[in-house]
Structure formats: C-alpha cells, structure tokens
Write a new protein. Structure first.
Length: 216
C-alpha cells in the first residue's frame, strides 16, 4: 500500500489557514481513494523540526564512525526525516507565502532532508517521487501581475525539490487569500473565492488521480 507524507507549515490552525484547507481536501480524497494506504503527518507549526546547527551540518560530511556524540544525535534526527521522505510514495506540502517566501519551519525541514550524496547529488535517493505543493498567498504573484518578481515560493521550491532532490513537483496555488480580510482588497473577493474553489477541486482531482496511479 502507498504511503503519503503530508507536511503542513502554516502557523494558522484548521480552516483559518488557506493552505491547510487545501491539503486537507487532498488528503481526504487520497484516503477515500486509497483507504488501505498510510499517511505520515508532520505539522511543522505544532511540532517544528530543529534548525540545522553546526553538529548536524558537519555530520553530513563526516564518516559516521567518527561522529562525536553531539554529531551522532543531530544526524540521527536528520536521518529520521530523510527516511520519511525516502519511504514515501507521494508527498504533500502546505507552503504558505510569508514575507515573499516559505515559513522558516519548512525551510528547517528542507535543510534537514537535503543531504548531498544521499537525497541530493547525482543519484537522489527519492528521485521521481511525486510532490504536490499547496503554495497559498495573500495576494497574486502570477505572471503579468505587479508583484510577479516577488514570487520566491514556487521558484525556490521548484529549484530545491525538483532540481536538487529530483522530485516530480506539481503546484496548487490558492491566491488572494487576504481579500476577505483587507478592505483595500474588497473588489478582489470574487477572484479569491474562485481561486479557493479551483484549488480545492484541483486538490481532490489530483489526489484521486495520484492514488489511482500508485495503486495500479
């Protein structure tokens, strides 16, 4: 049976978070289509992974037999996260835009799982694993918009996940999520609502198709 690694990083809980609402729709559709499968869930806002320190960083370039006790402990934490990625048949990531980029908690997870010679390099250990990223944002950074050049979420994650880790990356982008809360964006509420519905439908459709593909 297939395993889905589901990672949320929004600081907001439940329906208050645009990205969580969409990842929840994806996961629900996945489980309905694949009830015998496994879901490994990490909520990085509730249970953040440790940021990389010197011991964890240097341990990645040293012979494990020569690790100090501090390096061994820090590296063991990294290996647990890496093995979750390697053992997943599909990955789902909630990646809201904060200050034009991803949450620091998600960056910490990435720093832990990117290990040259294993997950990154010439033969990435999770190469080809499908990854669905829900990249929500309060405004719009789509091509042709005034803030197009400020789009550092999709650009960064595509570089890291696809180019470094060799994963098969797909994005769902709910945008204008601040429109219902910002009076200056009131005229954009219909566009936000359309974007939200489109994202929820995409999540359900893509989850079902992916579960069917992996079960075949």
């Amino acid at each position: 049976m297939a395993t889905l690694l589901h990672i949320d990083s929004s600081l907001l809980p439940g329906e208050a978070s645009a990205s969580r609402a969409v990842t929840d729709a994806f996961r629900t559709a996945w489980q309905e289509q694949h009830p015998g499968g496994t879901v490994v869930y990490r909520d990085l806002a509730v249970d953040p992974v440790p940021h990389i320190n010197a011991a964890a960083h240097t341990a990645g370039f040293a012979d494990p037999a020569a690790h100090t006790p501090e390096q061994a402990a820090a590296f063991a934490d990294r290996v647990r996260l890496i093995e979750e990625l390697e053992q997943a048949d599909a990955v789902l990531i909630g990646a809201p835009m904060y200050n034009f980029t991803i949450p620091s908690t998600l960056k910490a997870w990435l720093d832990n799982v990117i290990l040259f010679g294993r997950t990154a390099g010439e033969t990435p250990s999770a190469k080809g694993t499908p990854v669905t990223v829900v990249a929500s944002r309060g405004g719009s950074y789509a091509p042709g918009t005034p803030r197009e050049s400020y789009e550092y979420v999709q650009n960064y994650l595509n570089a890291v996940l696809a180019d470094f880790l060799g994963l098969d990356v797909d994005f769902i982008v709910p945008e204008l999520t601040m429109a219902p809360h910002n009076p200056a964006m009131a005229e954009l509420v219909p566009l936000f609502e359309a974007s939200r519905e489109r994202a929820l439908q995409e999540a359900a459709t893509k989850a079902k198709a992916l579960a069917e593909r992996l079960a075949a």
